[in-house]
Design a protein around this ligand. Sequence first.
Ligand code: FES
Length: 90
Amino acid sequence: MDGIDNHSHLHYLYPMFVCICNQVTDGQIKDAVNNGASSFSDVQSELGVATQCGECKNHARQCMRSCRNQCQSNVVSDNTPANEYVVNVV
Ligand code: FES
């Protein structure tokens, strides 16, 4: 064995809470984006993320970007034009 894997893999088993105030997980944010939420306001409206203390706002946006990038790489792999799937993160 060349090294020690210090990264937790528990996020594959358990959802990661992004917004504690509203109990919103990263999976819910990704589902919202995959189901058509095209802006952060859309995700806020649907899930209530970042509508109380606001501490989760940056992380929630990061989840959206991550999902968008993943969606775009999937688009490239199935030869569908990427410009049809662009999601705006505001
Ligand atoms: S942690 Fe999301 S609004 Fe407080």
